[in-house]
Structures are given as C-alpha cells and as structure tokens.
Design a protein around this ligand. Structure first.
Ligand code: FDA
Length: 393
C-alpha cells in the first residue's frame, strides 16, 4: 500500500494535520474512536482554545520554538473554523473558549475537514514497525488480524504523550524519536493534582477557595481544591507543571485582602473573639479549623501583639507546603517535555536530520498551561506540518 503521507495518531494534532496536507493521506490509530481526548476534554465541552494565546503560555526548553506555528495558525483561525461549522461557543473565564453544546462537535468538525481534504482513517490499527527507506518510510501496521506495509514519503508522528494510559496513551512518539536519532527532554506528568501525606487534607476534601499558588518564580491566581489525596483545582494543576519532587509550593490563601490589616481591624473592633473564630470569617470554616489546630492558634485577638498578627498574616499569604508527589500519568492532563525542539524546524515541525519525518502536538517538548493552550498547540503544529507537506508537493 502506497500513500504520500502517513499520519500516526488520530488525536487533535493528527486530525488537524490530515485536514491540511493534501495528496494521498492515511491516518492510523489503535483506538476505537478518533479524538477521544477531545471528546472528554473540558468536562465534555472542550476548552478548544484561548483568546490570549501567546508563546508566554507554553513551557519548553526553547521558549521561542512555538512562536512561528502559533503565529501562522492562531486562535482566531481556529475560531473561524468553529464558526464556519456553526458550532456555538462561549468564553468561560480567562479567555478560555468552550463549546456551548458538546466536545463531540469539535471531533465531528475535524473529521469533516479531513474528509473534505480526502484523507482516510484506519482505527483499531496497531503500528508494529517503522523502517526508513531510501526516500520515505515503510510502516508495518496490524489491522483486522492482517499485517500491512504502508509506504509513505512523509511520516507525521502525532501519537501524543504518556498521560492517561487507560485512554490509549503510549510512548510511541518517543520510541520513534529515539529510533531516528532525535533527542528527548525529560518527560513528567503535568497539569496534575499534587499529593500529600495520607489523610493530611482528607478532612478538608471538597473545600475550594481562590488562591495564588506559586513554585519557584511562577505563580497562578486561580481556584484551589482540597481532595482526599491532596490538592487540585486549576491553581494547583497549573503550578504542577513547574513543580518537581522535593520542591515546596507556596499558597496565598487571601490574595484579595491584606490579612494583617484585616486582623488588626478585627482586634480593634472586637478583640475578645478567639483567633480561630476570626479566621473562620476570613476563610472557609473547615480550612480555618484545620489551620487553627495545625498552627496551634490560641487565645483572643486582643492578646495578640502586632508582631504575632504579622506572623499569622505571613502564614496566610505564604502557606508553605511540601507535596509528596503527584497523581502521575493516571490523571495528568498532559506530559511535560518530549521530542527536543532542537531537532525540529519551528516553521514546519519537520526533522532537521530525517527529511519527511514530522513530530507534532503533545509529543513535542511544548507544553501549554491549563486553559485551551494545549489544543491550540495541537492545531497550530498540525497545520504547520500539513501545510509544509502540501508545499513540498
Ligand atoms: P492526543 O493524545 O490527542 O492523540 C494521540 C492519538 O494517538 C490518540 O488518538 C491515541 O489513541 C493515538 N496513539 C497513541 N499511541 C499510539 C500507538 N502506539 N499506535 C497508534 N495510535 C496511538 N487541552 C486543552 O487545550 N483544553 C482542554 O479542555 C483539555 N482538557 C483535557 C482533559 C483531559 C482529561 C486530558 C487528559 C487532556 C486535556 N487536554 C486539554 C490536553 C489535550 O487533550 C492534549 O494536549 C491534546 O489532546 C494533545 O493532542 P495530540 O494530538 O498531540 O495527542
């Protein structure tokens, strides 16, 4: 079997590339359905892009690498496509755009675009072997109990990262990168809940509040959620991409107030109240009770000196925590790291050393923040590869 372009992976990036490539294109995927992560994303509504997308929202060893693709196919380009297909959408918060209806509309849109471009899709197809030829690639796939060798001038690797193995994530992209002599950056679970000593926060499970969460020099102002295993919510997922084992995180529990001033004013107004009671007016009561016990807060407000109130305010704005780990690839939304961008053209995603070999989407060492950025990277890098193949003929 001969095609011009073989795309491995029918996820966000692979489907988008298939819609922009032209010529004889075949997409193969071992899953039963295409775009499964799109379907479950954003609570079933798919946070398909972010209005504020720029290179600043991505983590990569080379922070400039993503700029070219993001500029050539922007969030506004994707929004035009969504509008052409009559998909209703809304901004939820912080520029995050979601479908009004269902994420399935985005999958259907990509399949329709791919069909218009004349690409074929083989599902439940395993990739057994990839071999280089004098020009192009010979890829052995297993489909319906048969082995088929597909010869292709171009090979686009769009098999994503390692997150959520239950959904079919594999390390195929990394294996192929190694096979063809490409370097990899360290891969880690990202956009993932952080875990703590067993039961440390279990009594607080379900408590949520707006915070500023920080690690090293990066901080995010979003909501934090206590879970049975530790901490989650957007602020923690965001900061998890900057966290590594042994790092502390810092949480400002009162980002919208100056707790020292609040405590001083309360002492002036009603100094006979217990510290714990006052804290319960400033924070969710279960959290206030926990902190009162954990920090050994006793006595009336009136008993507290300015220095003591200042120290307490410091703890509230800079609660230092040492996570024991993360929930790992089982629940991580993305994989940090991947195929080193040094080996790829930032304009086309093509290998600098193996003509016709492309890596796109999450497989590449470009990881977006939470908020629609990872899909925008999948769209932009997919279009970059597709257009380059079309231009090379
Ligand atoms: P993707 O993982 O989408 O596709 C890879 C494809 O390759 C899959 O179809 C897989 O079956 C196939 N494959 C893998 N190994 C293979 C093998 N060995 N042989 C054959 N096929 C193979 N992002 C965002 O911007 N907004 C959001 O709302 C969300 N929400 C979200 C929720 C959840 C629960 C998760 C897990 C992730 C998100 N994300 C997200 C992240 C987003 O889903 C992710 O970044 C993109 O799907 C990456 O697109 P890719 O096409 O690179 O990989």
């Amino acid at each position: 079997m001969q095609v011009d372009t073989l795309i491995l992976g029918a996820g966000a990036a692979g489907l988008m590339a298939a819609a922009h490539t032209g010529g004889r294109v075949l997409v193969v995927d071992h899953a039963r359905a295409p775009g499964e992560k799109i379907r479950i994303s954003g609570g079933g509504r798919c946070n398909f892009t972010n209005m504020h997308t720029s290179a600043a929202n991505f983590i990569s060893r080379n922070p400039h690498f993503c700029k070219s693709a993001l500029k050539r196919y922007t969030q506004w380009d994707f929004l035009d496509l969504v509008a052409q297909h009559g998909i209703a959408w809304h901004e939820k918060t912080l520029g995050q755009l979601f479908c009004d209806g269902s994420a399935k509309e985005i999958v259907a849109m990509l399949l329709a675009e791919m069909k218009t471009a004349g690409a074929d899709l083989w599902l439940q197809t395993k990739v057994a072997q990839v071999a280089p030829m004098a020009t192009g690639f010979a890829v052995t796939v297993e489909r319906e109990g048969r082995q088929i060798v597909v010869q292709a001038a171009n090979l686009v690797v769009a098999t994503g990262g390692k997150s959520i193995p239950k959904m079919g994530a594999t390390g195929l992209a990394y294996d192929l990168a190694r096979q063809f002599g490409h370097a990899l950056t360290e891969t880690r679970p990202a956009l993932v809940p952080l875990t703590f000593q067993p039961d440390r926060f279990a009594p607080l499970a379900g408590v949520a509040l707006p915070v500023h969460a920080g690690c090293h020099d990066t901080r995010f102002a979003e909501a934090m959620l206590f879970t049975h295993r530790g901490l989650s919510g957007p602020a923690i997922l965001q900061i998890s991409s900057y966290w590594a084992e042994g790092d502390r995180i810092s949480v400002n529990l009162m980002p919208d107030a100056d707790p020292y001033e609040v405590l001083r004013a309360q002492r002036q107004a009603s100094g006979r109240r217990q510290l714990g009671t006052v804290l319960a007016q400033m924070l969710p009561s279960r959290l206030a009770d926990h902190l009162t016990a954990d920090w050994g807060l006793t006595g009336n407000l009136a008993d507290q000196s300015d220095a003591k109130l200042k120290a307490l305010a410091g703890k509230l704005t800079g609660w230092e925590l040492l996570p024991t780990g993360s929930e790992g690839y089982r629940t991580a939304e993305v994989t940090l790291g991947g195929v080193d961008t040094d080996g790829l053209s930032s304009q086309s995603m093509m290998s600098k050393t193996v003509p016709g070999l492309y890596f796109i989407g999450e497989a590449v060492d470009v990881t977006g923040w939470l908020g629609g950025y990872n899909f925008q990277w999948a769209w932009s890098s997919g279009v970059a590869a597709g257009r380059d193949i079309a231009a090379r003929g």
